[in-house]
Design a protein around this ligand. Structure first.
Ligand code: 2P0
Length: 353
């Protein structure tokens, strides 16, 4: 029938984010509520990003999703929670030129098709769920004409993957853990925008593209259950560090930023070691990179480069400016010449060129 012939499409692009104060540990596994605040930097949208197109049509008979061209299941609770939360908030949509008219109440009977692409290898061990879930929520919110602001959308993305809530904003972003049991006050807000500190250059050294052995979700569950160090970190260390880190970012104080970021990465990996059984995310190459940066920073009057490692061996190196970044790249190539199994990629924050 003629009224079945339309398709409404929305496409969105979302970059990934790298935490400099780490999220590790949940107090609620279903709502994805963390045990501490975290703070990240969202990468330039030209790099490490997910592009998602969502479509709705009366001709669709079920919700379906494709990731990098391959159909994946939407049956998981996390997808379903996000879809339900977005549908609940859907509004009237009218596209006159296409003859599309969707009333608020129609959304519960309409199905969506979702096609998502990562512009980086999903298997590269780099955070893909953050960009992916953030993009999914953002594009569906546009499709269904949600009126919620970015912070409210971030609370929905959070239920898809914790770190995803921080990718709804650019620049430096903090995820406020919140106190409520229903998650209503656990969302992400921008600390400074993408132009604020655009001297910084991020270099990612892909040490291994192997899939990690312990997923973040199960790793952090085991840490919450067994690590006393994690408890101490969440209650005593991170609250103070968050204040200092925000200060450092607002003042573009690179020495403090670097000191805090490196210490937080090392403490996160220490809590992994303190977990029973212990979790090893870094390897010998990761440790070698830390030594190189530490030695360099100590040889200068002030730190030049910060490092941070997530739930894998890959290094994220943050140089204070472009000149330092090219020196860093040269040093990295000296220690890890081409063919040495370390893949170097640089990403510029808020690049205007
Ligand atoms: C972070 N990571 O703050 C930390 C640092 C890894 C190390 O967020 O279970 O994929 O989906 O909420 O967000 C990775 O954990 O875990 C992560 P779920 P997620 O970026």
């Amino acid at each position: 029938a003629a009224e079945k012939s339309w398709v409404r499409l929305v496409t969105a692009q979302t970059p990934t984010n790298i935490a400099v104060i780490k999220y590790w540990g949940k107090r609620d596994e279903t709502l994805i509520l963390p045990i501490n605040d975290s703070l990240s930097v969202t990468l330039d949208p030209n790099h490490l990003c997910t592009t998602t197109t969502v479509a709705v049509s009366p001709a669709f008979h079920q919700d379906r999703m494709w990731l990098n061209g391959k159909e994946i299941s939407l049956a998981g609770d996390r997808f379903q929670n996000c879809l339900r939360e977005i549908r609940k908030r859907a509004n009237d949509v009218e596209e006159e030129e296409k003859g599309i008219k969707i009333a608020k109440k129609d959304w519960e009977n309409l199905h969506v098709h979702i096609a998502s692409y990562n512009n980086f290898p999903t298997a590269a061990g780099l955070a893909s769920s953050a960009a992916g879930l953030a993009c999914l929520v953002f594009s569906l919110a546009k499709l269904m004409n949600l009126k919620e602001d970015q912070a409210q959308l971030s609370a929905i993305a959070r239920q898809g993957s914790g770190s995803a809530c921080r990718s709804l904003h650019g620049g430096f972003v903090k995820w406020i853990m919140g106190n409520n049991d229903d998650g209503s006050d656990s969302f992400a807000v921008q600390v400074t925008d993408e132009k604020h500190w655009d001297d910084l250059v991020i270099l990612i050294a892909v040490v291994s593209s192997r899939q990690k052995e312990t997923s973040s979700t199960s790793g952090m569950r085991e840490s919450v259950e067994t690590s006393l160090l994690l408890k101490h970190r969440a209650q005593e260390i991170v609250p103070k560090r968050m204040i200092q880190m925000e200060e450092a970012i607002k003042n573009k104080d690179f020495p403090s930023f670097a000191r805090l970021a490196c210490a937080d990465s090392n403490q996160f990996h220490a809590t992994c070691l303190d977990t029973t059984p212990p979790i090893f995310y870094m390897n010998d190459t990761s440790h070698k990179i830390i030594s190189i940066v530490e030695k360099w920073n100590r040889a200068e009057t002030t730190p030049q480069v910060a490092y941070t490692f997530d739930a894998g061996p890959n290094a994220v190196l943050i140089a204070r400016d472009r000149k330092t970044a090219s020196l860093l790249l040269r040093r990295m190539l000296f220690h890890f010449p081409p063919g040495a199994d370390v893949d170097l990629n640089s990403y510029v924050l808020g690049d205007k060129s």
